[in-house]
Design a protein around this ligand. Sequence first.
Ligand code: DLZ
Length: 164
Amino acid sequence: MSSQHKNLSDFSGAEIPSAEKYRFGIVVAEWNTEITGALYQGAYDHLVKYGAKEENIFTYQVPGSFELTSGADLLLKKGGLDAVIVLGCVIQGETRHFDFICDAVANGVSNVAIKYSKPVIFGVLTTNNHQQAFDRAGGKYGNKGDEAAITAIKMAHLAETLNG
Ligand code: DLZ
């Protein structure tokens, strides 16, 4: 379903496990910081809202979305985390940078997740313009950061259920 028809912060009907015992890493891109800051706030607040302890949320910044993959890789290599959330915002420009960055980060974080067998949650907005990004970073379509946090909690819970 396109996010145009879905509020990214609407979780009604879905059971959300407690995040109390999990440790989370959040990697945030500095590009489009007015958007990624809002995504971060949504993600952080939702982790805490569902029980995560503030001391169990580890935040790191990277220059741009392209670096989210290596940020997640470095965090998981260090160990001790149940899930990592990557947050970025790539806005379509006049060059093909957009395509390269979006493809690289989507493939990159998938590979990191498989490499470490840990959830890596894709909280990256890929939009045509700033307005579409604002609409999805606390605007009329909710906040993708909220959605990323809930996904991280559910995946940490799934990993615990399957792996013990
Ligand atoms: C270079 C670049 C461009 C053009 N656009 C964005 C963007 O919209 N969002 C984003 O997060 N990063 C962008 N970057 C920076 C790249 O992600 C990366 O930081 C640089 O290419 C250095 O590797």
